[in-house]
Design a binder for this molecule. Structure first.
Ligand code: ACO
Length: 321
């Protein structure tokens, strides 16, 4: 849950027996993980509990975290007809392992206080490189790398999401400063507050490989828009901001993507095609296109071979009657 409603959380914290977890609160957004196998094993099961619910609460901007585990009772092997282990599985330990320790709150009250404080004080890490408006709300794109302590700390909080939403994702090596992180934040002006508050929308990690003699090739490694913000154009906006940033950098040869998902490919094809068509990139080209021309196009528009070939094929198919 991305917690936004401070008053509601405080109310819950005040009342330990309160069974209402804020599900009905307009400002508390709940969503479920797509994958839990990195935490609970390949079968994505936790044994030994009746009525188990695991709630991972996040402050929507700072990503301060609180783990809340509830269950009706522990089921012993004697009580069950199923071949369950003698002891109930440990629910919290494997989850806590993949969370940022400094962001973890020990109680709901501490979490409520952190949300209240962070709503006022949290500012995105890194440097603002772009902004855009959707439905009258301002979104800002920030860029940073792991030489910046604030970006490192914030990335440690964000990275847990890749386990939940990107299949096969692993944490990146934050000791390597060749990573660049781009983040999108929603900037809201809440009633009764003088300063704006920021909520995380999505982020991407991009790795800079060395390219002879003194250039770099960039490769998107992880790209995620949080579920409440998906299919609203934010992925495209973030991708375009990254692509523009890379295109403007004379030291960068091209942009590639590591192991893209089908949804990411769809989004990227649309963005790249619109961009290439706008720049009349395919003017005068007819199939079959010589490899040298494909290479030239890739170099000019800084797209790796696989992607420029995909876009070219789609563009040529459009010419078919
Ligand atoms: N399936 C098919 N097409 C999709 C999907 C999807 N799930 N999501 C987006 N698209 C396409 C649509 O055609 C859409 O076009 P439309 O506007 O005409 O409908 C277009 O992409 C643009 O959509 P956006 O709203 O900009 O995309 P969104 O903000 O949802 O971001 C993304 C797309 C990044 C795939 C997001 O849904 C997400 O984070 N998903 C979960 C994690 C994931 O799969 N990440 C990518 C893994 S690959 C990697 O990390 C390198």
């Amino acid at each position: 849950a991305l917690e936004k409603n401070v008053a509601e959380i405080k109310q819950e914290a005040d009342d330990e027996d309160n069974e209402d977890d804020g599900e009905d609160g307009a400002d508390v957004i709940q969503f479920h993980p797509a994958f839990t196998y990195p935490i609970y094993g390949e079968h994505e099961r936790v044994f030994g509990y009746k009525g188990l619910s695991i709630n991972l609460h996040y402050a929507a901007g700072s990503l301060a975290t609180f783990v809340e585990v509830k269950f009706q009772k522990i089921i012993t092997a004697m009580e069950s007809s199923l071949p369950i282990p003698l002891r109930a599985d440990n629910v919290e330990a494997p989850l806590i392992q993949v969370l940022s320790q400094p962001a973890l709150c020990q109680s709901k009250q501490e979490f409520a206080n952190r949300v209240a404080q962070d709503t006022e004080q949290f500012r995105p890490p890194g440097k603002k490189i772009h902004e855009y408006v959707r439905d009258s709300i301002l979104y800002e794109v920030y860029k940073g790398d792991f030489s910046m302590a604030a970006v490192r700390q914030y990335h440690e909080r964000m990275q847990t999401f890749v386990l939940f939403f990107i299949e096969g994702a692993q944490f990146v090596d934050m000791g390597d400063e060749r990573w660049t992180v781009y983040m999108v934040f929603e900037k809201l002006h809440l009633e009764g507050r003088s300063s704006a508050c920021y909520n995380l929308v999505g982020f991407t990690t991009v790795y800079g490989f060395y390219h002879w003699p003194d250039m770099r090739r960039m490769r998107i490694s992880q790209f995620l828009v949080l579920p409440p913000y998906q299919n609203m154009g934010h992925g495209s906006a973030l991708y375009k901001a990254v692509f523009a940033d890379i295109s403007n950098d004379l030291r960068i040869v091209d942009l590639a993507v590591e192991d893209p998902s089908a949804a990411f490919d769809d989004m990227r094809d649309l963005c790249d095609l619109r961009y290439l068509l706008k720049h009349n990139a395919f003017e005068g080209l007819r199939a079959p296109v010589a490899l040298a021309d494909v290479k030239k196009l890739g170099a000019k528009y800084k797209l790796a071979r696989r992607q420029i070939t995909r876009c070219l094929e789609i563009a040529l198919l459009r010419q078919l009657d």
